[in-house]
Ligand binder design. Structure first.
Ligand code: FES
Ligand code: FES
Length: 156
């Protein structure tokens, strides 16, 4: 069956089969930043933005994306320039094995869209669905604070 949705700002048409997960469709469409960890909705590595809200794409059918706007980590950079969140994750040493990072970036992006100056607890809450086995969360939390400052135009 044919499916139409906006992927990273571009109107696209896809072929899908009943039962195909959104995570699978996105990966076979080249969005390899959508990582498959558990396929049971527990790890958050497959997080994408669905009409601006973070969702675990492994628990969604591709067909549910009809007419929606989907953002993957590939859609965060603009004109070859990393998003301030991506810069901050690098600057704070928040990327270790990297497997969880696309999901963390998208959850953080959604948070900062709603709240330009989040408290640490709000950042930790936003990242709570993204399991990370490497960082202990300290550096990612610092990275989100750093990105928030940069996006508010505050000097480092
Ligand atoms: S792969 Fe989707 S939540 Fe783990
Ligand atoms: S950086 Fe390795 S799982 Fe998070």
């Amino acid at each position: 069956m044919k499916l139409h949705f906006t992927l990273n700002g571009e109107a696209r048409t896809f072929e899908t089969a009943p039962g195909e997960r959104l995570s699978e469709l996105l990966r076979r469409s080249g969005m390899l930043g959508v990582k498959i960890g558990c396929s049971t909705g527990d790890c958050g590595t497959c997080t994408v933005l669905f009409d601006g809200e973070p969702v675990v794409s492994c628990l969604m059918l591709a067909a549910q994306a009809e007419g929606a706007s989907i953002t993957t980590v590939e859609g965060l950079s603009r004109d070859g320039k990393l998003h301030p969140l991506q810069e901050a994750f690098l600057d704070e040493g928040a990327v270790q094995c990297g497997f969880c990072i696309p999901g963390m970036l998208l959850s953080s992006f959604a948070l900062l869209e709603e709240n330009a100056e989040p408290y640490e607890g709000e950042i930790r809450s936003a990242l709570s669905g993204n399991l990370c086995r490497c960082t202990g969360y300290e550096n990612p939390v610092r990275a989100v604070k750093r990105a928030a400052r940069a996006m508010r135009g505050e000097e480092e």
